[in-house]
Write a protein that binds this ligand. Structure first.
Ligand code: AMP
Length: 302
């Protein structure tokens, strides 16, 4: 089944201890679409300026992503510059230039309103709400956010958490949001607001899924070289939701498998700068890595 994603499309400047990339295609909706489209049809709603070459996102169209909701307007594309130190789990934002993103009003084309799966990637929570209001009875919704909105728009972020089925959030943001040092307490706090599940992303330590009566932890794939963690969270969400949208039913087991698929896709993302690795990534490569996850997390019957 189809997934609707609304989020940022960007030019990114990225600096890590292993190199730098300038003015590369990025943005939460782009990483998500690249990942989710390996599994399910994706409809993308975002905005770019007229400085974004159309061939930059050709690879998404080739993978079947519906770009009918991608607005192209006069002006400059959203620009983000970030830096990571040796602790690749911490992102330092150097510059954020909203540009055309400042006036972005996500409008769902008529045929998008009934999309069964909806992912609200990292954008202003007010825009996320607007999208949810245009969506007609989605089967499953999920949101992401970031420290900026948790600090400046806390009430609006909380209101969104009360409305969606799944919340994806990184460990630091979860602690910040809930005002506790315990990730478990933070996840329980968010669950208390109403979502069915909370996915806490812990960078190189993996991902944890909390539901009312269950807990599932997946390690990160053990990589010797992580070149650029940008987009790991969004591509995790894309793999997770892409997998769920092609499953027959959303059972507790499907959710656990989806966590592994999301982790596998994210592990490829971080092996190159920007979206480079996602451009060529195949479903077969993801399947192979999922089998490796199974091998290194299986410890027999006890
Ligand atoms: P992630 O590493 O998965 O958290 O997401 C990285 C992407 O988020 C980058 O490609 C950025 O362009 C994008 N991004 C950074 N800041 C913002 C923001 N304030 N709003 C929307 N997207 C952003």
């Amino acid at each position: 089944m189809s997934i609707l994603v609304v989020g940022s499309a960007a030019f990114d400047d990225i600096e890590t201890p292993f190199g730098r990339a300038e003015h590369v295609l990025g943005g939460s909706s782009i990483y998500f679409s690249a990942a989710a489209s390996l599994f399910s049809p994706v409809r993308l709603v975002a905005v770019v300026g007229d400085d974004m070459p159309e061939h930059a996102y050709d690879f998404l169209a080739e993978r079947g992503v519906d770009l009918g909701g991608l607005q192209r307007v006069p002006g400059k594309t959203f620009f983000w510059a970030g830096r990571y130190d040796y602790d690749l789990n911490t992102t330092e934002t150097l510059t954020t230039e909203l540009n055309v993103f400042a006036d972005f009003q996500p409008e769902l084309p008529a045929d998008y309103a009934e999309t069964p799966f909806v992912f609200l990637a990292n954008i202003h929570p007010g825009l996320q709400r607007g999208v949810l209001e245009q969506a007609r009875a989605p089967r499953l919704t999920m949101m992401d956010s970031m420290n900026l909105w948790i600090q400046t728009e806390r009430d609006a972020v909380e209101a969104m958490m009360r409305r969606v089925d799944f919340v994806s959030i990184n460990e630091t943001e979860a602690r910040m949001f809930a005002g506790t040092s315990s990730v478990v307490a933070a996840a329980r706090h968010i669950l208390g607001l109403g979502p069915r599940g909370v996915l806490v992303k812990k960078g190189e330590y993996g991902v944890v899924l909390f539901t009312e009566d269950d807990y599932f932890a997946a390690p990160a794939y053990p990589l010797q070289e992580v070149y650029d963690p940008t987009g790991a969270g969004d591509s995790f969400a894309g793999g997770f939701m892409g997998y769920i949208a092609q499953a027959e039913a959303v059972t507790p087991l499907t959710l656990k498998q989806a966590v592994i698929y999301g982790s596998a896709v994210a592990s490829f993302t971080v092996q190159a700068f920007g979206v480079e690795r996602l451009r060529s990534l195949t479903r077969a490569e993801v399947e192979q890595r999922c089998r490796e996850f199974r091998r290194f997390t299986y410890f027999g019957e006890i």
